[in-house]
Design a protein around this ligand. Structure first.
Ligand SMILES: C[S@@+](CC[C@H](N)C(=O)[O-])C[C@H]1O[C@@H](n2cnc3c(N)ncnc32)[C@H](O)[C@@H]1O
Length: 129
């Protein structure tokens, strides 16, 4: 398996992470109150290793998968995909085993179509971000 090194991210990526975190929180809050919706689901097709290093501070910062898992109310399912075996393995180590959380090592072009989208069908009253 390819070893991995944490990505270093700039200020703009930290801002993006914050925007996605707030959007996911609002989405989950709204969806969890909709009686007609069975499951609301979070998908990260380019999940990364879970942590990055801030170029600004040199400190670790949570990546989008960890932010999504911290959202309250929780998503009913969280699907995290990364092509890089080392990153998927590290993400699995950080997240551990949690109900409704699925971590895939693979190409999202394939995993989304065959494993994730079938669980997010409109006619099953499921919705996904
Ligand atoms: C910028 S990083 C992820 C950042 C993460 N979403 C966040 O915001 O914290 C992009 C990731 O996409 C992964 N990647 C690139 N092409 C991919 C593909 N076709 N399928 C799945 N993962 C892919 C790379 O291995 C890399 O870890």
């Amino acid at each position: 398996m390819k070893p991995f090194k944490h990505d270093e991210i700039g200020y703009w990526s930290e801002v993006k992470l914050d925007i996605v975190r707030k959007y996911a929180s609002a989405y989950s809050t709204i969806m969890s109150t909709q009686r007609s919706i069975k499951n609301h689901i979070y998908i990260d097709a380019f999940a990364g290793a879970g942590l990055h290093v801030s170029k600004r501070t040199g400190e670790f910062v949570a990546g989008s998968p960890l932010n999504a898992l911290a959202v309250n109310p929780r998503f009913k399912e969280v699907h995290l995909i990364d092509l890089h075996g080392g990153k998927a393995k590290e993400l699995r180590r950080l997240v551990g085993s949690q109900k409704g959380v699925f971590i895939y090592e693979g190409d999202s072009n394939d995993v989304l179509l065959h494993q994730v989208f079938p669980r997010c069908r409109y006619e099953d009253y499921n919705r996904a971000l």
